[in-house]
Design a protein around this ligand. Sequence first.
Ligand code: AMP
Length: 206
Amino acid sequence: MGVQGAGKGTQSKRLTEQLGIPHLATGDLLRDHVDRGTELGRQAQEYMDKGELVPDEIVIDMTMERLSRPDAAEGYILDGFPRSGVQLAALEYRRPAEHAVLLELDDETAVQRLTEREVCPRCGIIYGKNREPREEGVCDECGGPLVKRSDDSDRQAVKKRIQRYHEEIDVMVRYYEWRSVLHRISAEGEVEEIFQDILDALGASR
Ligand code: AMP
């Protein structure tokens, strides 16, 4: 968990490489549906464009289906789920989380990071102040063009997403704290330091 721009995507990608389990980001799953023009994507897009949560019934079914695939049998990193009390209940009922990591970042830094970031749609690498591409607008890994996510371009929509985040995340934080599985990690520092803090918190050494 963490406000948009706190580094969930970046850190999840590194954790995936370190732990050998897939990174399942509901935002990515939804964007994939939108790009493929599926019925689910069509339903989700209007909410995503406005910076609003996609309805629970759509997101829960999509996420549970993904969690049931063979590559997630040994574990997975969930990013962007749960985001509501109903999603939390669904997850606890089916696959309770072993750990919950909360990346903490102040809102002003989050807005700045979001409006500045660019992503490689092919590799999933996120570029910004912490990691700038060698050549502007070009992915270091695959040489493909970098894009701005449509929902990152509009400052108003970004602020709304951040405000919504605070409203929605409170119940998750309190619940995971109560279950004694919550790890609070500062997301202000360097990517590498934050990654090490996460590994330490999970008890996963390199
Ligand atoms: P993200 O990539 O995590 O910033 O998510 C992008 C957008 O996808 C959000 O603004 C929501 O519209 C939607 N979304 C992602 N995850 C969820 C979720 N768990 N529940 C509802 N909507 C979601």
